[in-house]
Design a protein around this ligand. Structure first.
Ligand code: PLP
Length: 412
């Protein structure tokens, strides 16, 4: 192997990985059909609705609702569960801001808890320790498609009469003991934003098994209308969170293609897991044995700088990028976000009690993970097996030249 690309050597990979999003004539045909049909919104068409129900059924749930995005789905799920002012909702620290901001949107308090060091998903014991008289729900995030411990969480929620909302924005196609994620809790919330595992640019689907919960969530998303009532009857407060028919058309095509992509990503993720595990200092995110498949929104692995001559994570990521491996970055832990540290959301929650000083909250596992994990984009997993394994070869190459890279970047 030649010298590392970050020091001017030849990149291990010359060819690009598959691009994202993936689309073909199926999207084009269905989009045109929706355009010509003229309905354009869910009030005059059934494409988005049918897609959401098919998507729910794929994930073993009875009902699916087609939403604008995966932030609104969380908000509507919380409203349908009766969560509101004065309530507490337990949220893991290692996630996208929406998992917690949706809680703020319904005037409830996100109580941030730490995550499991192997899966990076909510630690059920930390969640149990955070339960108070005010706790109404847990938002469990299936981080990078790795299922949170649904056995422990459903048991915990049953014991304390809490609602479980699964944030499945990373986990299309994750199955836990034979059933799709999102079907275990009261609601499963999915995002179809561009970076996600299937997409219409923006979009969201809320799945559930209970008809009454479904109706309450949709009433909220459909301007406070009541099912089967007159159009201008608005018995409850609601917003407008409806997916368009165009999004539904694109997503119908994306769903057709999804099972094959999911199988490819899974097989490649397992192979990459093995290959990376052989490199000292690298430890892939744990795949729980109770998962039948993992919808890998990202491929995540832990990085120990000690095995790379002390190379800082950002240098390792740059070196990997230079070898031709595209990647994202880890989220910061939520307690480190300015919105929480400065509590500048407080006007929304003037009566919020108890007040939490988020700047004093410590989530050691999530905070450490945010500084020591590498997040690869899922499009890599759609490549041929040998191309996927280039990720491990690139990491090994960087390790071999670690001292040289560190010297060049620290000038020592
Ligand atoms: C993307 C994402 C969301 C929100 O989805 P949008 O469709 O972008 O609103 C929620 N939770 C997590 C964990 C996400 O990654």
């Amino acid at each position: 192997m030649g010298s590392p690309a970050i020091l001017g050597g030849e990149a291990l990979r010359q060819a690009a990985y598959p691009s994202w999003p993936v689309w073909d004539d199926r999207e084009r045909t269905l989009l045109s059909a929706s355009l010509e049909a003229g309905g354009w919104w869910q009030g005059d068409g059934s494409v988005a609705r049918d897609f959401a129900n098919a998507f729910a059924s794929y994930h073993s749930a009875n009902f699916g609702l087609a939403f604008t995005n995966g932030t609104h789905t969380l908000e509507a799920a919380l409203v349908a569960c009766g969560v509101g002012e004065g309530d507490e909702v337990i949220v893991p620290g290692m996630t996208f801001v929406a998992s917690a901001s949706a809680v703020l949107a319904v005037n409830a308090t996100p109580v941030l808890v730490d995550v499991d060091p192997d899966s990076l998903c909510i630690d059920p014991e930390a969640a149990a320790a955070a339960v108070t008289d005010r706790t109404r729900a847990i938002v469990a995030v299936h981080v990078a498609g790795a299922a949170a411990d649904l056995d422990a969480l459903t048991e915990l929620c049953a014991r304390h009469d809490l609602r479980l909302i699964e944030d499945c924005a990373h986990a299309h196609g994750t199955f836990w003991r034979g059933r799709g994620v999102g079907s275990w809790g009261d609601f499963g919330s999915f995002s179809m934003q561009r970076s996600k595992l299937m997409t219409a640019g923006e979009g969201g689907v809320l799945i559930c098994n209970d008809e009454e919960l479904r109706d309450r969530a949709w009433n909220y998303a459909d301007c406070g209308r009541a099912r089967d009532e007159w159009f201008y009857h608005h018995p409850t407060y609601g917003s407008n969170m409806r997916m368009t028919e165009f999004q539904g058309a694109v997503l119908t095509a994306q769903l057709e293609r999804f099972p094959d992509q999911n199988a490819t990503r899974n097989a490649n993720a397992v192979a990459l897991n093995e290959a990376l595990s052989e490199i000292e200092g690298l430890r892939p995110q744990k795949r729980d044995e109770r998962m039948d498949s993992q919808g890998n929104y990202c491929f995540v692995f832990h990085y120990d700088a000690d095995a790379f001559a002390g190379m800082p994570l950002y240098v390792f990521e740059r070196a990997l990028g230079a070898e031709g491996v595209p990647m994202g970055v880890s989220y910061p832990s939520l307690n480190e976000l300015a919105v929480f540290r400065t509590a500048n959301f407080a006007p929304r929650l003037r009566t919020m009690a108890p007040k939490i000083d988020y700047s004093a909250v410590r989530l050691p596992v999530a905070e450490h993970a945010s500084r020591s994990t590498v997040w690869l984009q899922h499009r890599i997993l759609l490549a041929e097996r040998d191309d996927v394994l280039d990720v491990a070869r690139a990491a090994a190459k960087i390790q071999l030249h670690a001292h040289q890279i560190v010297e060049a970047h620290t000038g020592s």
